[in-house]
Write a protein that binds this ligand. Structure first.
Ligand SMILES: [Ca+2]
Length: 157
């Protein structure tokens, strides 16, 4: 009856709070541990070589899911560099969709003003500028690059 339920709740209230705390800590741990880690590669390479290098040493050229990724990526880059850096975004030709190299379905693409403009009809690979925006450039151009490790399974609110 209601009286027994009340007694039960009083008896186990501390346990409920304890379990809630553990759950909260576990959730926070998941949120933080699954954020991507970004790594700047100083050596200038064309996009394909940069991708091969990232895949060899990390997971791939960097993918961005959201503003959190963008902020963290720029924080890592700006520690040592202030210019264009290859990201994992590219396309196979002028009519193809932009695709992240790890096949991430992320649609977060903060293009710079008037970009992508496919200048000279030969810009199929994407750098992040010092202003943290995306610009399509020629894949044969040589720039430093940014790689990543880690995969986010849950999104932070
Ligand atoms: Ca461009």
């Amino acid at each position: 009856n209601a009286n027994n339920v009340a007694v039960f709740h009083a008896k186990y209230r501390h346990l409920t709070i304890y379990i809630s705390c553990i759950f909260l800590v576990a959730l926070m741990h998941m949120t933080f541990s699954q954020t991507r880690m970004f790594y700047f590669m100083q050596k200038s390479m064309n996009w394909s070589d940069a991708q091969a290098h990232c895949r060899q040493n990390y997971i791939d050229l960097a993918t961005m899911d959201d503003q959190t990724d963008r902020d963290e990526m720029m924080r890592v880059i700006r520690q040592v560099y202030n210019g264009d850096v290859w990201t994992g975004l590219s396309r196979t030709d002028a009519k193809a969709s932009w695709i992240w190299s790890d096949l991430s379905l992320s649609t977060f693409m903060p293009w710079a003003p008037d970009q992508p403009n496919n200048l000279n009809s030969s810009q199929y690979c994407v750098v992040v500028t010092k202003g943290a925006n995306l610009n399509d450039l020629n894949c044969k151009s040589k720039f430093p690059s940014v790689c990543y490790t880690g995969e986010r399974i849950t999104d932070t609110p």
